[in-house]
Every structure is written in structure tokens, then in C-alpha cells.
Ligand binder design. Structure first.
Ligand code: WT7
Length: 634
């Protein structure tokens, strides 16, 4: 295929081209795809509104680019290898033709359920092939999918459904994750009670547990699809028509619906997949992310399938039924590319090397890391014990909002340095600015990471609230997209991502807003106020530290009980991923004279560092700091 980079000099050459003339560069990449009608203009943009449009007036359907474009050559190639939670359940191999037929059939089914172009559909499913089928069926008919990670609570699901006004929820009776099952259908039932827009709930039968079906609203997947034609003519979409909404947390308020559109997302994700992973047609690609996150959207579903690749999709968890399960799956399906998160690497590293011994891992060619900064030790362990010293590691930095990877080595091409995401991909123009927004030019600088020029897969808006998009990403530093991350550019021009500089914490690669977790804790009837900060955690990257003020009637002997019930509250309001790791009961929080919580102090104490709290004399209540230090055992 064209546009594929094969060498470091090739990268440098292509990168210069992509910066000197972005429109020409991306038009050249986009021409490889199947457009029913070509674009009139490649790009229009300004970061003030913001307004970002790529491949203007181009007409296409992304699923035609997955299926029709490949079917002559790839009909019998495996698209998805599905590995069940239970190793005794046989793996499923779906060819491109079989997947195409399932997508066509489910697309027709959605139409039968009165889903039309532009309607929103919520997908709340386990990691099963039907999740991919449901996403692509939406894209096929021009419905906008919003996948919600099936670990989120009913309450979180309600919020997302109501924010986007979804018509349909696609779910399963339950899901298997390790030794546990989760009752997805009853979570949906509870969620949908408060959602006026929902007309239908489609239920895939996975665990065969008994569920209640509401007449007229709920329908089994197998009944809805029975006898439905597999032939479906794809809807013609505009390049800038919405493809999906994906909710993600920020520093304020409820999660926002990041909007991605069709043409730019397709072109950019596929381009980055092929180049970063140096994909070849015989490769077997396994990304361990859940489909409910952007990593799953872009690098399990869209980019690999647009490339005609074979992907492994795994239903379960890394350590079930034994600690070597990941490595077993790699050997079993001859995985060549393994893409996971540092938190998983650290958790597996903590188990020692015994679980790896029975497996050869000889099929592996490339390893990937995503979701949070990878520490040098975890990088070395991954390189030595999983990659056996011979597989390049691509540390890929990007975000829900960017749709695709932005800063990453190209596997085997860009010389790597542990803990560095290295260099920007073609078309990506990162800048580092100080707190006043001055660009820090040259090397050996550190500051706020921004992007100064659009790339095809960047977010277009936040659903239903464009002003929020402008405020969050385009107003902090004039004329720039602000990522929320801090970064350092070293003496070689390599980027090292330092983590979030806003009130977002990254727990096991899951993104949470501190305000969101505080609001959940505050739902507890005995909690008056709380403050949440991140602190360094050996496995999770960051842990959640909550300072909680209880009602004055509460005596210390009840703290243990209240701790437990706070965890239950948070699980109910958000989901288990947001449960605090540490809760400290305090009688007050350090506040500025304007009433703002001084998080800097709370962060230091959570880190266990009581000596460098900085100036606390400007606080409204400096005496509280001593109390908190003591209670934290410092
Ligand atoms: C945040 C985005 C990208 C898909 C998964 C997470 C952090 C992501 C890296 C990396 C250091 C990273 C950043 C970013 N992050 N990848 N390779 N090195 N940090 O997507 O939930 O939107 O979170 O994850 O802080 O802003 P997300």
C-alpha cells in the first residue's frame, strides 16, 4: 500500500511534507479509500469557534471501506478471532464475509426497529463480536453509536442516554468477566426507567440467566434478527456526518460526549494503525482494551478492519482462570501485535515470571502501550520478558478527543527510549507552552502540551454543547488545542508525557474527573463535603485519595462502616472503577480566602510528603493542615 513509511528517513521526509502542505498530504492518504463522491476541499478550520472540517462534501460510508472495498480479496480472511472468558469455550473465527453479513443483517434489524440516519444508539455490551456488529451496523445506516463501557453503573448509563437522547439500547442479558458475571440487562432496566427517549432495548443472549423483558420495549437479538436479510445497501454519509459519540471525563461537571465524524476519523485512524504498528497482511493484532473506550473503537474495530487485518477480541480479564491467560492467548492465536495498558503490564509484572514460562510468545513482533505514562521499569520488563528483547515497543500517546494516536514511535523505525512517546506522527504539530501560553521553542523544555494545527480525527464538538468544547479545549491557550497533559521535550526533541495538569486523574488507564468522584461521594447521606486527588500508585499509575468531612453526629467508631458505604455509593453513582483507594476523614479542607480547595496541599499529603507544602499562610484555615497531616500519619 502507498503512504506507508519504511524507514526513519522516510518518516522525516513524510513528516516534513505533512507539515509543509497538510492538505496535499492528507488528500494523498484519503485517496486510497472508497468515496462515493470525492471532496471539494480538504480542510477548513479555525480553533476559535472551533470549526474543523475535513474532506468537505466528500460522500462515503465507513463500512463500505471495511467491507465492499475488501470483499473481492479478503472475503475468506478472518476479521475477528474471538476468545471467550472461559478457555473451554471454543474461539470464534469470523471472516470478513461473515462479519459483513452479520452487519448487514443487524443494520436491517435496526431499520426495522425504526432507527434512522442521525438517531443515537447506545451500546452496552460485553466484549463479544456482537459489540462490533452493533457498532458497524449503526455506521452502516448512519445512526450514531455511543458505546458505554459495561462496567459503568445504571446511573452513569442514564446520564449518557439522556445527554444524547438515544432511541435504542443494545445490551446483553449478562456478561462474564473472570469468575464473575454482571447483570447487564437489569442495569439497563434500572437506567432506562429515567429515559424518555428510549423506544427499544435489544438484548443479546450471552449468559442465559433469567431476565425480565418489558413487552413492546424489549426484544431478543436472536428474535429481532431472525429471517432478516443480510443484504443492506449502505447509507451515503457526508464526510462530516457524526460517526459516534464517546463520553469521557473532564475536570468539571458530568462526562461530555466527544463527537467524531466519518471521513477524517476513517483516514487518520487507518493511517496511524498501518504506520505505527507497521502492519502487514499476515499479522494478528490484539488490543486488550474494552470496546467502551476510544482505544477499542479505533484500534480493535475501525482502523484494523479498515486495513483488512485480523484482530483478536478477548472477553475476559488478564488473570482468569490463571495468571498466564494473556500469554496463553498470544500463543494460541499466534498474536503478532500486542497492545495493552501500563497498568496491566505492572499488574502482570507483580506476579513474577512463572506465569510466562509455559509460553513461547514467539509469534510476537511488536508491543504497544497506551493510556497512561509507562514507567521505565514496566517498559523494561515488558521489553525483556514479553518481547524477549526483540520486539519494539510503541508507547502511543493520544486521547478520546484525538480519535487516533498522535505521538508515538513507528515500530522498528523510530529509535525508542523507555517512557518516551518519542515523536509526533505525520500531520501532528505539538507545541509546549508555559502557563501564560508562550510557546517554549527548542529542546529541553517542559510545560503544557498543545496542538497547533488540526489533524483529520480530532474531535469536532461535544454533543449538544459546542460552547463546552470551546471552553474545555480551545480557550485555555489562544489558538491552540489544549490536551490537559504536561510534557517534556528532551535534548533529542523526544516527547515524554508527564500526566494530566488539570483535575483529571488516570486510574488504571481510566480517566476520571476529581469533581465527578467528589459528587458521587457527596451523594452519601452522612457526607458533608469531600475532596479527591490522585496519588502515585504502584499498579494503577494513580490511585484515588478522598478527604471526607462527615456530618458532625458521626463518631470515629463508625468510620469503617461509612468507608464501606461510601464505596458502595460511588459504585452506584459511577461504577467500580471510581472507588477511592484511600479515604481519610477530616474535619475541614484547606481553603483559600475565596473558598477554593487548595488541592496542591492535599496532593502532597496524599503522596506522603508533608514537608513541601509551600506557602499555607494565605489559607482561610491554615490550622487544618496540621490536623490533616496528623490523620494521614505524617
Ligand atoms: C489521557 C487520555 C489514548 C486512549 C486511552 C486513554 C493519558 C494516554 C498515554 C501515553 C502517557 C498517556 C494522557 C491523556 N495517556 N496515552 N502513551 N503516555 N499518557 O484515552 O481516556 O481519553 O485518556 O490518557 O493523560 O490525556 P483517554
Amino acid at each position: 500500500m502507498s503512504n506507508k513509511i519504511h524507514s526513519l528517513s522516510g518518516y522525516l521526509y513524510e513528516y516534513q511534507k505533512s507539515i509543509a502542505n497538510p492538505e496535499e498530504f492528507w488528500a494523498d492518504v484519503a485517496e486510497r479509500f472508497y468515496w462515493r463522491k470525492s471532496w471539494d476541499k480538504v480542510l477548513e478550520w479555525n480553533f476559535e469557534e472551533p470549526k474543523i472540517q475535513w474532506f468537505i462534501n466528500g460522500k462515503l460510508n465507513i463500512t463500505e471501506n471495511i467491507f465492499e472495498r475488501h470483499l473481492f480479496t479478503l472475503a475468506n480472511k478472518t476479521a475477528i478471532i474471538w476468545e471467550a472468558n472461559d478457555p473451554n469455550e471454543p474461539a470464534i473465527h469470523l471472516t470478513y464475509k461473515q462479519l459483513y453479513e452479520k452487519v448487514g443483517q443487524f443494520a436491517n434489524t435496526l431499520k426495522n426497529l425504526n432507527v434512522q440516519k442521525g438517531d443515537r444508539v447506545i451500546i452496552y455490551l460485553p466484549m463479544i463480536p456482537e459489540a462490533v456488529v452493533a457498532m458497524l451496523a449503526c455506521a452502516r445506516i448512519g445512526a450514531i453509536h455511543s458505546v458505554v463501557f459495561a462496567g459503568f453503573s445504571a446511573n452513569s448509563l442514564t446520564d449518557r442516554i439522556n445527554d444524547c437522547g438515544a432511541k435504542v439500547v443494545i445490551t446483553a442479558d449478562g456478561s462474564y468477566r473472570g469468575a464473575k458475571t454482571f447483570p447487564l440487562k437489569s442495569i439497563v432496566d434500572e437506567a432506562v426507567e429515567k429515559c424518555k427517549s428510549i423506544e427499544k432495548v435489544v438484548v443479546f443472549q450471552r449468559t442465559h440467566e433469567t431476565v425480565s423483558m418489558v413487552a413492546g420495549r424489549d426484544i431478543w437479538w436472536h428474535d429481532a434478527t431472525a429471517g432478516v436479510s443480510t443484504h443492506n445497501e449502505a447509507e451515503e454519509m457526508d464526510s462530516e456526518d457524526m460517526l459516534f459519540i464517546l463520553y469521557t471525563s473532564g475536570s468539571t461537571g458530568k462526562p461530555k460526549g466527544v463527537v467524531h465524524t466519518t471521513g477524517g476519523y476513517m483516514v487518520y485512524t487507518q493511517y496511524t494503525f498501518e504506520n505505527v504498528f507497521q502492519y502487514k497482511p499476515e499479522d494478528i493484532f490484539w488490543c486488550t482494551a474494552d470496546i467502551g473506550w476510544i482505544t477499542g473503537h479505533s484500534y480493535i474495530v475501525y482502523a484494523p478492519l479498515l486495513s483488512g487485518a485480523t484482530v483478536v477480541m478477548y472477553e475476559g480479564v488478564p488473570t482468569y482462570p490463571h495468571n498466564g491467560r494473556f500469554w496463553e492467548v498470544i500463543d494460541k492465536h499466534k498474536v503478532t501485535h500486542f497492545y495493552t495498558a501500563p497498568t496491566a503490564i505492572r499488574a502482570l509484572e507483580a506476579l513474577g515470571t512463572d506465569p510466562i514460562q509455559p509460553y513461547s510468545l514467539k509469534s510476537l513482533k511488536v508491543l504497544g502501550s497506551v493510556g497512561e505514562p509507562i514507567n521505565v521499569e514496566a517498559w523494561q520488563w515488558y521489553h525483556t520478558h514479553i518481547g524477549k528483547g526483540r520486539c519494539p515497543i510503541v508507547d502511543t500517546w493520544w486521547q478520546t478527543e484525538t480519535g487516533g494516536m498522535l505521538i508515538s514511535p513507528l515500530a522498528g523505525i523510530t529509535p525508542t527510549k523507555p517512557s518516551f512517546a518519542t515523536l509526533p506522527l505525520c500531520g501532528v504539530q505539538p507545541v509546549i507552552v508555559d502557563d501564560k501560553g508562550n510557546e517554549l521553542k527548542g529542546n529541553n523544555v517542559e510545560g503544557n502540551l498543545c496542538i497547533k494545527f488540526p489533524f483529520p480525527s480530532m474531535l469536532r464538538t461535544t454533543y449538544g454543547d459546542h460552547e463546552r468544547c470551546r471552553q474545555t479545549y480551545f480557550s485555555t491557550f489562544k489558538g491552540l488545542y489544549f490536551t490537559g497533559d504536561g510534557a517534556r521535550r528532551d535534548e533529542d526533541g523526544y516527547y515524554r508525557i508527564l500526566g494530566r495538569v488539570d483535575d483529571v486523574i488516570n486510574v488504571s488507564g481510566h480517566r476520571l474527573g476529581t469533581a465527578e468522584v467528589e459528587n458521587a461521594i457527596n451523594e452519601h447521606p452522612l457526607v458533608i463535603e469531600s475532596a479527591v486527588v490522585g496519588y502515585p500508585h504502584d499498579i494503577k499509575g494513580q490511585g484515588i485519595f478522598a478527604y471526607v468531612i462527615c456530618d458532625s453526629s458521626v463518631t470515629p467508631d463508625r468510620y469503617e462502616n461509612i468507608k464501606n458505604s461510601i464505596l458502595i455509593t460511588v459504585t452506584k453513582v459511577i461504577g467500580a472503577i471510581a472507588k477511592p483507594d484511600k479515604i481519610l476523614f477530616v474535619s475541614g479542607l484547606p481553603k483559600t480566602r475565596s473558598g477554593k480547595i487548595m488541592r496542591r496541599i492535599l496532593r502532597k499529603i496524599a503522596e506522603g510528603d508533608a514537608n513541601n507544602l509551600g506557602d499555607i499562610t494565605t489559607l482561610l484555615n491554615p490550622e487544618i493542615v496540621e490536623e490533616i497531616k496528623q490523620k494521614a500519619g505524617l
